[in-house]
Design a protein around this ligand. Structure first.
Ligand code: KG4
Ligand code: ZN
Length: 338
């Protein structure tokens, strides 16, 4: 089975072909960083227009790299949500129309299922039950995966997502967009002990997160240093390191707690923030506690078409199908609703 994956939920156009026995045959990503960086964040209308510009050439290029003809495709998966409405409509209209034209099934895929399965795509030995920590720009969730395709969100953020908090603090420190990787690089030069920020909600039972109070603490600290003329480059790096340490510690504490309660020995961590090297270093330490940790390769942490192709392949393999002509996108869509 040859499955084409199409990802257009936000600011990356991602296209891939996944094949049942050989795995991933090709994947291409066009990033819109250049389009949005002058504005300091994603402009939805510009994102949609850029997806329209790139989707077709990228599909052609990906098929060429995969060495297959478009008629070889046996199924299509496209991101149907959650994400930006206009951006989702581009990939969904393209995917459904192409499926109709080729006479093959096309399926709307949940973006976070794609992220969640990206480590499984690279390592088929990972089988349920397992815990998943999803950390991206729009989501921070702890998901208990009891069976393939069945997701129980046991924890989620009450306000900002971890990646969103990274982006906002990066903006505050003048680092620009996309902020997460830049903040993380700055943190490497800083002392995480100089400013101690709180580890939100870790003193409360349960698995939920909240990063907006932490963000305010960091903003207040930066402001007070600025008023004293002390917000120099080292202070910025120390703030970045202190903030990153607080987010990482919080995520680790909640992961450990969820593993204890569910008695899972396997944790997968995915989404854009799973590229963070400090988070990876701290998570690996859980292996000493008998936990098996899996991350995607760096190229599959942030948005890509490969994870969508793989998620669609798994669903099509089980006979899930949708032949209606309706184009249905869900900008808000919970994983538990799958
Ligand atoms: O998964 P993703 O590409 O898009 C969403 O589905 O949201 O995640 C993007 C998020 C952004 O907030 C970005 O700043 C963050 O992931 N991110 C990072 C790193 N790389 C990407 N955050 C912290 N450290 C990184 N190295
Ligand atoms: Zn994503």
């Amino acid at each position: 089975m040859y499955v084409l994956g199409i990802e257009t939920s936000c600011d990356e156009t991602g296209i891939a072909v996944f094949e049942s026995s050989s795995g991933l045959l090709a994947h291409k990503v066009h990033s819109q960083i250049e389009t949005h960086k002058v504005y300091g964040g994603v402009i939805p209308e510009l994102a949609s227009r850029d997806h329209i510009r790139w989707i077709d050439p990228l599909v052609k290029e990906t098929l060429k790299t995969a060495g297959i003809n478009i008629r070889t495709l046996s199924g299509i998966g496209y991101t149907a949500g959650p994400g930006l409405l206009g951006a989702l409509l581009v990939g969904s209209s393209y995917g459904r129309s192409l499926g109709f034209f080729l006479g093959i099934p096309s399926l709307g895929i949940h973006h976070m299922e794609g992220h969640l399965l990206s480590p499984v795509m690279e390592n088929s030995a990972i089988t349920p039950p397992f815990m998943a920590l999803l950390v991206s720009g729009g989501h921070t969730e702890l998901v208990y995966v009891l069976r393939a395709g069945q997701y129980h969100r046991i924890g989620y953020t009450l306000d900002d997502a971890a990646g969103e908090a990274f982006d906002k603090i990066a903006k505050l420190l003048g680092l620009g967009y996309p902020g997460g990787p830049k903040l993380s690089r700055l943190a490497e030069k800083g002392n995480s002990e100089r400013f101690r920020f709180s580890r939100p909600m870790t003193d409360k039972p349960g698995f939920n997160f909240s990063f907006s109070g932490l963000k305010t603490q960091v903003v207040m600290k930066a402001r007070s240093l600025n008023q004293q003329n002390m917000l120099n480059e080292q202070a910025k790096a120390d703030i970045a390191a202190g903030f990153e340490a607080a987010v990482v510690d919080t995520l680790i504490i909640k992961c450990r707690r969820s593993l204890q309660v569910t008695m899972c020995k396997q944790l997968v961590v995915s989404g854009g923030v799973s590229a963070n090297s400090n988070l990876r270093k701290q998570l690996i330490l859980l292996e000493k506690e008998g936990i098996n940790i899996a991350f995607p390769s760096l190229e599959f942490c942030t948005d890509n078409g490969a994870m969508i192709a793989y998620a669609a392949h798994e669903r099509l393999r089980k006979g899930q199908n949708n032949n209606s002509l309706e184009i249905n996108v869900k900008p808000r869509w919970l994983l538990d609703e799958l």
